[in-house]
Design a protein around this ligand. Structure first.
Ligand code: CA
Length: 430
């Protein structure tokens, strides 16, 4: 099934208790206000009975409850969310240790096989379900969903407010702070009353190459990957790529509309070169990385800065909203672009040049990014890497025409609409 697996961090009381002091410290000095979302992309998806390869780093089991959507959910209120739920399943939100919640933890959470999920079943009441973790037949953890800050209905309402959920999409409800360390040879079984159990064996043997799970292609995006843009935002250029993952709900096409939420100060465009992966890539060297690139296209990675909270920054609420990632569907083959690190990017708002840069100013270039990601996760054909944006950002308003253009790659046109205009256009389609 083509599904998106959303997960929420910091949703268990033991986690927020553990991080309470850190929340109060500089530079952020505030606890998160809205749910902290992240994605478990298709390379992480596995099933009951699968053997999963452990990386060299200490890996932790994170038994959790997955709520599975039964139909399309858009702007659903919590009181009605139950009608959209197909059922529940056990899932293991595997992770390395997390030292910080300030940045998306792709490296810790998106490794191959880091999200096995069991079979779906209906549950009359998931509000105080005990999730039990057994390792080699011995109980190692037991926690109750009653200790979560936000329940399934509340999370569906929060997420569907900005991201349309499809049948089969999943929300993982969170884990306690304490996780169960795993060793090669362990067999882990998750149990909960009324749900099929989930068993996986763990090994230190590397996994043989396997085709991508039946999920959506993974859409990676880079924060602060142009030195001039980092300066514009008062950040130092990062020492390691700041990678996050966007969900497919955010994608739209050429000549489409993008919605500016009401009552905002600042929503801006971001012209970006997008790398399209052509071959399965795992542990690819920088020298060979380009062989795994099918070609290039262009996207406009809009961001709503008003919603920028400090946890797993940028949150999906900022970066993965419906309609806010126009993507040119045509891919320019790699052979047609002799040097992807010397391309002009431009953004025009209502015909006026507002953003201008060159891909030579990327902090981490295309070969580095492909190699870097492939060191800890498998890239599959169709996966996309949006490589960041240069300086020159400005607010856009309903009625604006925004065109992003990359030399030799293409031109992507988009129109900003208000929430009301968008709702009216949806009703016209009905
Ligand atoms: Ca971006």
């Amino acid at each position: 099934m083509k599904r998106t697996v959303f997960a929420v961090a910091l949703n268990h009381r033991a986690q927020t208790a553990h991080w309470q002091e850190a929340f109060g410290q500089p530079p952020y000095q505030a606890a998160p206000k809205t749910p902290v979302w992240f994605i478990k992309p298709r390379n992480t998806h596995r099933r009951d009975g699968d053997t999963i390869s452990l990386p060299m780093e200490q890996t932790y089991s994170g038994g959790t409850l997955a709520v599975v959507m039964g139909r399309t959910a858009r702007k659903v209120v919590a009181a009605e969310a139950g009608e959209y739920i197909a059922g529940y399943a056990l899932a293991n939100e595997l992770s390395l240790a997390e030292e910080s919640f300030y940045r998306p933890a792709i490296k810790a959470k998106c490794r191959d096989g880091f999200c096995p999920m069991g079979e779906l079943a209906p549950l009359a009441d998931a509000s105080a379900l005990e999730i039990i973790t057994e390792v080699n037949g011995e109980e190692r953890q037991r926690w109750s969903t009653a200790d979560l800050h936000r329940d399934a209905a509340t999370l569906i309402a929060a997420l569907s407010d900005f991201a349309t959920l499809q049948a089969g999409d999943v929300i993982l409800l969170g884990t306690p702070q304490q996780r169960v360390p795993l060793s090669p040879g362990d067999e882990v079984t998750l149990r909960a009353a009324g749900l099929p159990s989930l068993t996986n064996r763990f090994t230190d043997r590397p996994e043989a190459a396997r085709p991508a799970a039946e999920g959506h292609p993974t859409l990676f995006a880079l924060g602060l990957n142009y030195a001039d843009h980092a300066t514009e935002l008062d950040f130092k250029a990062p020492e390691e790529p700041l990678v996050f993952i966007k969900a497919p709900n955010t994608l739209t096409g050429d000549h489409a509309v993008s919605v500016r939420p009401d009552n905002l100060e600042y929503m801006h465009y971001e012209a970006e070169l997008v790398v399209v992966i052509g071959k399965t890539a795992r542990n690819v060297s920088r020298d060979q990385a380009l062989e795994y690139v099918q070609g290039y296209t262009v996207c406009n990675d809009y961001a709503v800065r008003d919603y920028l909270e400090n946890y797993y920054r940028p949150n999906l609420r900022v970066k993965s909203r419906d309609t806010l990632t126009p993507l040119l569907p045509q891919v320019t083959p790699r052979a047609a672009i002799p040097d992807a690190q010397n391309l002009q990017l431009k953004t025009f708002v209502n015909g006026e040049l507002r953003q201008s840069g060159n891909t030579r100013d990327m902090v981490f270039d295309v070969p580095f990014l492909v190699s870097y990601l492939s060191e800890f996760m498998t890239l599959h054909p169709g996966d996309l890497i949006a490589t960041g944006t240069p300086k020159g950002l400005a607010d856009v308003r309903p009625g604006d025409e925004v065109v992003v253009e990359i030399e030799g790659i293409g031109r992507l046109t988009n129109h900003i609409v208000s929430e009301q205009q968008f709702e009216e256009s949806l009703h016209e389609q009905d």
